[in-house]
Ligand binder design. Structure first.
Ligand SMILES: [Mn+2]
Length: 372
């Protein structure tokens, strides 16, 4: 395990990375192999454990799925440990379901898992205490790898690699795989590559140099035929019915487009529609809401010049729910159950007027985006 040895010989000022490029200077240009996290000691901290349960945020997106898939590969290569991916919520979006099925990402529903049977816990693309994951309450977490702003609850986690400056959690996993020289097979490379594309909209949204480096590393390893089956999935008729309803109910309020989708077939449909509508030339903000069962979900998108979606979503939801996000994309869910159409309508109206206040737009006239 060269990674462990490199890591354990780290000094306070050294890094695993500076040693790593000495090992294979011919393959890896030095600037591609530099990262700040001391991976060796982190892995060494898991020595003696036999089973790692890896959580993502609930209703995981491609970045969460690929990061969990990557972490499984990293720990299973470096240690005699077996890792299991815990799925909270559902994989709803057609692309994400295609990703899981096409690449064989092994997920186990949290309802069917007993966390007490695992002697280590990890979470990727989320953190303890965010309210958007199914981590067992009260149990210490051993690994947190994320690119959202660091939370107090993560401070005591031994393997704590939180880099809010990055565009994707998957970037961190690519760096681990490279530093440890773990072979990256086609399914894993394709998963990580799709995650980078989806999370950063083809490197155009919040992507940094690190994402571009990871993208180039993965490029020759990707199966583009599989990738296109993921990116252009076949969808059921209901998908178009949902889009039709969403487009017809989209309201324009100045430069905000707000959509009350009512009852939705899966939670991340709100994010899908928010992404779609931000393409409209008149939109600087898009807020999309919908209920999966009695759970009220929100998704917010902003133009890059208004890059404060995460902060806006936290203010919007305040203590009434869980919120998370970055500069231009954020999501949230309310804690209280919202069961009826009229409750949905009232909650939606309340969220829209709060958001208009937060962005200083007052109460502009409302008009449908399309139709009459
Ligand atoms: Mn992410």
């Amino acid at each position: 395990m060269p990674g462990l040895e490199r890591g354990s010989s780290d000094t306070a000022t050294g890094s695993a990375a500076s040693d790593a490029h000495d090992d294979h200077p011919a393959q890896v240009p030095p600037e591609l192999d530099v990262f700040d996290f001391a991976l060796g000691p982190a892995l060494a901290g898991l020595r003696g454990r036999q089973s790692l349960l890896i959580y993502m945020h609930d209703n995981p997106d491609p970045d969460a799925l690929a990061a969990a898939f990557g972490l499984k590969r990293v720990v299973e290569n470096a240690l005699p440990i077996k890792a299991t991916l815990a799925l909270g919520g559902i994989v709803g979006r057609a692309e994400n379901r295609a990703m899981v099925e096409t690449l064989g990402i092994p997920l186990f529903a949290t309802e069917a898992l007993n966390p007490a049977a695992y002697d280590a816990l990890a979470i990727v693309d989320s953190q303890p205490g965010t309210g958007n994951n199914s981590l067992p309450p009260g149990r210490p977490v051993d690994v947190v790898i994320d690119h959202h702003p660091a939370r107090e609850e993560s401070a005591q986690v031994p393997w704590r690699d939180i880099r809010p400056e990055l565009g994707a959690t998957s970037t961190i996993l690519v760096e681990y795989l490279r530093a440890l020289n773990v072979p990256v097979d086609t399914p894993l490379a394709t998963a990580l590559f799709y995650a980078l594309r989806a999370e950063t909209r083809d490197l155009g949204r919040e992507a940094t140099h690190a994402e571009r480096v990871a993208y180039l590393f993965l490029f020759p390893l990707v199966d583009f035929h599989l990738l296109s089956r993921i990116a252009q999935p076949k969808v059921p008729r209901e998908h178009f019915a949902a889009l039709d309803r969403a487009l017809r109910s989209a309201q324009v309020l100045g430069d905000l487009v707000a959509v009350n989708m009512g009852s939705i077939a899966y939670p991340d449909l709100v994010a899908e529609v928010a992404d779609l509508l931000l393409a409209w030339e008149g939109a600087r903000f898009v807020l999309c809401c919908g209920c999966f069962g009695d759970r009220f979900y929100l998704s917010l998108r902003t133009e890059p010049s208004e890059g404060r979606a995460g902060a806006l979503m936290r203010q919007l939801i305040s203590s009434e729910g869980a919120a998370g996000g970055h500069g231009t994309m954020a999501g949230g869910r309310l804690f209280r159950p919202i069961a009826t159409d009229s409750e949905r309508r009232a909650t939606f109206d309340q969220m829209v007027s709060r958001l208009l206040d937060l962005i200083g737009r007052g109460s502009p006239p409302s008009a449908p985006l399309i139709g009459s």
